[in-house]
Structure formats: C-alpha cells, structure tokens
Design a protein around this ligand. Structure first.
Ligand SMILES: [Zn+2]
Length: 324
C-alpha cells in the first residue's frame, strides 16, 4: 500500500526513556554529526527539492532550544524555530501555514510553506516535515500552562513542556479528525466548504468529540453536514495533518437513508456524484488552488490529501466491498 503524504519518517524518536537522561541529551547536542532543520513563520528550509539540514554547531540562535526529533542513520536530528520572535499578547503564527485559503506565501530565501514542501519532498522527508512542523507549532502555542497560566519550559529534548508552578507536564497535542466517504453502490457523496476553489468537492470531515468513538463521530458528522444516515464505518487509512495538529482518520461508510441537506453552516453544498464523474475527475491533476477546466463537473482534492486517497480507494476495482 502506498503510504500517505506527511508519513514515513525514518527516525528513532528516542521516546523510551533516554530523553529523561540529561547526560544522554547533552551527548546528542554535542555529537559532531548533529544536524538541525530550520523552520519558522515563513516555512521550512529546503534546497534543491530536499529538506536542508545544517550542522547544529553552526545553527543560528532560535527562539527556543532546538527540539530533538530523534536519531536517523546519520545521527541526531533537531528542529529549530527560527522565528521571528512571538509578540507577547498575540496569537503566534503557525509555521509554514502560508498559502492556505489564498493567503500570500511568505517570502524568505529557501523557506517553503508546508503544502508546497510536502508536494516536492520524497516520502520520508515529508514525514520529518510533518513531525518538525507539528512540534514547533505545538511549542509556539503552549508557552503557558493550560492548568494554571504560568509560563512553561521545554523538557526531554522538547518532547514535553513542564510547568514549574503547578507541576503539570504537557505533551504534544493531536486533534483526531474523522474523514469519510459516504458511498452507495456506484455513487459517492462529497461536500464543499465556502471559499474553496470553484467546483472543488471533498470527503466530509470533522473533529472527534470527547466521549465519542470514531464510528460515532463518523455517523454524527455525516448527519450534521449532509443530513444522511449511515451504516457501519470501515477504516481505510490515517494521515498526520500538521495544520496545526490534526490526525486524519479515514473511513468509508455506507449510506442507509436520507437525502443531502445538512445544517452545518461551514458546508456550502453536499451532493452525490456518479462513478463516471469521479473517474473522469480522478484523471486530472489537482492543486490546492487550481481551477476546473471547462466541462469538468468536480475538482477533486490534491493527491497528497487523504480525501483523495479515500476516493481512489473507492474507485479501485480490486476493492469491491467499498461500493457500499
Ligand atoms: Zn501550571
């Protein structure tokens, strides 16, 4: 099975207790092979289509200590937030976020926004990118304790943030999101949000709520967004989505009753498409902001998004059980 974009980092994350050993951590920093990936508000450091690492010893000062991502075949690998510094009292910008929803891309030499970067990188570097971006964004947005409000400090090589005042250890946050294709024999339901490129449709998706299984979240979201009732969801694949901290959990789910017409104000439209319409659209390359050519009824998401993966899984003639 072809892996999804933003996965495949070939790293030993050293999450087995070594990080709690101060002398081990110091040895990673002092290792002459140690390299660092620079990333900041403008994006991630790339050169010639690859992530660009610099020796840790020559790295510029970051806005915090470098985060130890782990150990790869060439030694310790760190990520460093190169800033610019966060303005007190403001919401820190997310790294590599530019380019989303028509925002202009940040301009900085050899710094590339995440969406653009992951489309250009080889698989395992895409995994490192998602990991580094997720960690830096988490550090940026968790500088204060969510329990007592005091400043927090990074520990264990950046794997936690600790509050000295109330003693809480904070761990990197992930937000589970279910994303699902509602299928009914040779038709599939897709939706579009306000502000998307014309004719762009994708799988329905939503955050999982506390006290809810993934299957329950699938059924609730389909009901809210499209007004349909569905049967038993089947898991297909997952994908980290570092915008800023989602984990996409992909399903197909059979339609059982109802017609499209939900109450979710974010959704502009949800409708059925035929297998022929989707097959035709799947032969076209899609970019994030691409326009649909004349005569094209639906513009699918780009190939690096799990929504596209779910659609191609449904189209795959070797997967007959996914026809609903
Ligand atoms: Zn605290």
């Amino acid at each position: 099975v072809e892996p999804n974009a933003f996965t495949g980092a070939q790293l030993d994350r050293a999450s087995d207790g070594r990080r709690r050993d101060r002398s081990w951590l110091e040895a990673q920093v002092d290792d002459p092979r140690a390299r660092v990936l620079l990333a900041g508000t403008a994006g991630v450091s790339m050169r010639d289509g690859r992530l660009h690492y610099v020796p840790l010893a020559t790295a510029p000062p970051g806005i915090e200590a470098p985060v130890l991502l782990g150990i790869d075949s060439e030694g310790p690998l760190f990520a460093l937030d190169e800033g610019p510094p966060i303005q007190e009292g403001t919401r820190p910008p997310l790294i590599g976020w530019a380019g989303r929803l028509g925002e202009p891309a940040a301009s900085a030499e050899e710094r590339v926004p995440l969406r653009e970067a992951v489309g250009a990188l080889r698989q395992q570097e895409g995994g490192v990118l998602a990991y580094a971006a997720g960690m830096i964004n988490w550090h940026r947005s968790h500088r204060f304790c969510s329990v007592c409000g005091a400043p927090t400090v990074a520990g264990e090589g950046g794997e936690i943030r600790h509050c000295d005042r109330c003693g809480t250890d904070h761990h990197p946050r992930l937000d589970p999101v279910v994303i699902m294709l509602v299928v009914d024999h040779d038709r599939v339901l897709l939706g579009r949000q306000h502000g998307w490129p014309e004719k762009r449709y994708s799988a329905l998706a939503g955050f999982v709520s506390p006290g809810e299984s993934l299957e329950e979240a699938v059924a609730r979201e389909v009901g809210e967004e499209a007004g349909l009732e569905v049967g038993q969801a089947r898991y297909v694949a997952s994908q980290p989505w570092p915008f800023p901290s989602s984990l996409m959990l992909g399903f197909t789910v059979p339609w059982t009753s109802g017609e499209p017409g939900g109450s979710d104000p974010e959704l502009e439209d949800a409708r059925w498409f035929t297998r022929e319409q989707i097959e035709f659209a799947s032969r076209l390359e899609a970019s994030w902001d691409g326009k649909a050519a004349d005569g094209v009824e639906v513009l699918l998401p780009p190939r690096l998004a799990i929504a596209r993966r779910l659609i191609e899984h449904w189209l795959d003639p070797t997967v007959p059980s996914e026809r609903g």
